[in-house]
Design a protein around this ligand. Structure first.
Ligand code: NI
Length: 223
């Protein structure tokens, strides 16, 4: 399942983060690429562990921690500290699948990448191209979101970023390990949760189905 999460950050937070990111140190993006994807990856990144990356990353994770749609869809267990990239001057990232396991340099913590996230920091009219194209179950989806909004998609998907032919596309990207390894289970849990939200709170149906939700979580969750 590919899902858009609108307005993860407020316009004020986006402006504040953009000022910090624009002033940060940027290096060649091949530093976090695997062997194969390094051949098709052209962009800039802020180095992992850079103080600005940590500061803005913390702000993103705090915003996500209180975002009900994100929590319902991702059922996050461990989130990799957010990274930041920028595409300009025709740069792009060819078709690839993200590495299955990521090790955080600082802590040595390892996560299995179940979901990939891209949070946009440039408005769509600031640049041409730069669409994130994800090969989803029912065909390719092209994603270009307002600044402050995020897309969540299974890390098992082939995806690419089309060339940025005008302006610059700045975004944050990161991965998370979900309590649900299976995309199918995760999607079912999300749909069940969203359906329960439509029922009258406290009604007999809501109470029973909330019980079903938690009992499925007990069956399927990996902690
Ligand atoms: Ni990728």
């Amino acid at each position: 399942m590919l899902l858009t999460i609108p307005s993860v950050l407020t316009p004020e937070q986006v402006t504040q983060c953009r000022a910090l990111l624009d002033a940060a140190e940027w290096v060649d993006g091949k530093v976090t690429a695997g062997h194969q994807s390094a051949m098709t990856k052209q962009n800039s990144q802020i180095p992992e562990g850079n103080p600005t990356a940590l500061q803005v990353g913390e702000l993103i994770l705090q915003a996500l921690g209180s975002n009900p749609l994100f929590r319902s869809a991702a059922l996050p267990l461990k989130v990799f500290p957010p990274l930041f990239n920028r595409y300009a001057g025709g740069q792009n990232f060819g078709t690839h699948v993200d590495n299955a396991i990521r090790t955080h340099n600082g802590s040595g913590q390892r996560i299995r990448t179940d979901l990939s996230c891209t949070l946009f920091f440039s408005e769509p009219d600031e640049y041409d191209g730069g669409e994130l194209v994800v090969e989803d179950t029912y065909g390719s989806k092209s994603v270009k979101l307002p600044a402050g909004s995020m897309v969540l998609y299974p890390s098992t998907s082939l995806h690419h970023v089309t060339p940025v032919t005008r302006g610059a596309r700045v975004s944050s990207f990161f991965w998370l390990q979900s309590m649900m390894r299976s995309d199918e289970h995760r999607t079912l849990m999300f749909e069940l949760d969203q359906s329960i939200q439509m029922l009258e709170p406290g009604s007999a149906a809501a109470v029973k189905l909330t019980g079903v939700y938690h009992n499925l979580l007990r069956q399927w969750a990996e902690l």
